[in-house]
Design a protein around this ligand. Structure first.
Ligand code: SF4
Length: 391
């Protein structure tokens, strides 16, 4: 459980005024002392992230944040960090100490509702006797643990409902024929392991009770001849899309890890629309390339070299590229004609949707690496067929 990466754990972000019991609640939820608890307002400064198992749902991250009414000199900075944590939130737990919210809490509730963030209001009742639960709220005593079990069950059922709506691949599979996963092992591949999207897809296939054959593109032809039946689907890394498409007969569904991730974490229909911006690009247009993590750039790096080269060849001139990597997203997007995002394997779904929302509000089209590569290689239509529900 502890090795489940944070990016694939839903995030539950605890919010509230100073000294309302947020840190006591995270300690009660995790059943250990995760956050420092004190009577002193503003004890929690930076968000505290704690991975835990929320049964029967599974692994999650619970985040304790600084008080929203933190008046200290660093208060504004802390509020910014809370805002950043909220972008990853699948559920916001607003901790209050009375059923009638203060104006600050009311404003926050309105904002969370506007952002369509699932919000649960938790009254931390520090009195002796538990009171009746107001409609739609939970009552706990974070110190004694009263009500915490019910709260956990409620969180688990909200997350189960949300994630059942977001399949990765198994809902596209039927029957007993195996799936082939093509995972190139090039210089960019990490030593001794597969990258996260490949592991996630493989796990989803296994969880669905299906079988898989995993190979590099160089062994794909041989792998096909070893199978007694035709594979029901081939899923490839985008970088070898063209090679794989030339090997796999047209009647075998072919897609990519990136397309599955776009469907799982982002909004596939929006990315498909974003592709339409590529033929409209003109020389000197501004293009933003975004990577969700910082990593050492490789020779022929996909984001720094391959995609810019392909786009400039298509446009027939130089484009102006801006690169942005890591958790910070550019505040002003207005100059860009296109945003190209990596597969975002280090982000959870909520964070990716928050980015899509920023880009949508700025009126800029957005695509991801895999879809752009499939389009450039003339196989986007084929690679979208297995996930046709985007229409
Ligand atoms: S750049 Fe994006 S897709 Fe690549 S490893 Fe980082 S988060 Fe994952």
């Amino acid at each position: 459980m502890n090795s489940t990466p944070r990016a694939i754990r839903p995030h539950i972000v605890i919010l509230g005024r100073c000294n309302v019991g947020k840190s006591t609640l995270i300690n009660a939820l995790c059943e250990q002392s995760v956050a420092l608890v004190s009577e002193q307002p503003g004890t929690t400064t930076d968000p505290v992230f704690k991975s835990m198992e929320l049964l029967p749902f599974g692994p999650v991250v619970v985040v304790d944040t600084a008080g929203l009414d933190d008046q200290s000199a660093l208060g504004q900075e802390r509020v910014k960090l809370t805002e950043r944590a909220l972008r990853k939130a699948d559920i916001a737990l607003l901790v209050v100490d009375r059923p009638d919210p203060t104006p600050l809490e009311q404003a926050l509730i309105a904002r969370l509702e506007k952002g369509r963030l699932q919000t649960l209001i938790v009254i931390n009742d520090r009195g002796e006797a538990p009171r009746a639960t107001p409609e739609g709220m939970c009552v706990v005593n974070a110190l004694t643990g009263h009500g915490v079990r019910d709260l956990k069950e409620r969180l688990a059922s909200l997350l189960t409902a949300f994630y059942e709506e977001q399949p990765l691949v198994r809902d596209l599979l039927t029957g007993t024929a195996p799936v082939i996963l093509v995972t190139p092992i090039d210089k960019a591949a990490p030593k001794g392991r597969l990258i996260l999207p490949q592991v996630q897809v493989l796990r989803d296939i296994i969880d669905g009770g299906f079988t898989a054959l995993v190979c590099r593109e160089t062994e794909l032809t041989h792998g096909l001849t070893q199978l007694a039946v035709k594979p029901q689907m081939v899923i490839t890394d985008s970088q070898v899309f063209k090679t794989v498409a030339s090997i796999i007969p047209e009647d075998i569904p072919l897609t990519s890890f990136s397309i599955l991730m776009a469907r799982h974490k982002g909004d596939l229909a929006e990315f498909v629309q974003g592709i339409e911006a590529i033929p409209r690009l003109k020389p000197h247009d501004d293009v933003l390339i975004v990577e969700a993590c910082t990593h050492h750039s490789q020779e022929d790096d996909i984001g720094r070299v391959k995609i810019p080269r392909l786009l400039e060849n298509k446009v027939g001139g130089r484009l102006t590229f801006t690169w942005c990597s890591g958790p910070n997203f550019l505040a002003n997007l207005s100059q860009f004609k296109l945003v190209i995002h990596c597969g975002a394997c280090m982000f959870n779904r909520k964070e990716m949707l928050a980015r899509l929302d920023d880009v949508r509000k700025a009126g800029i089209p957005m695509v991801n690496y895999g879809m752009l590569l499939a389009y450039m290689h003339g196989i986007l239509e084929r690679s979208l067929k297995p996930v046709a529900s985007y229409e």
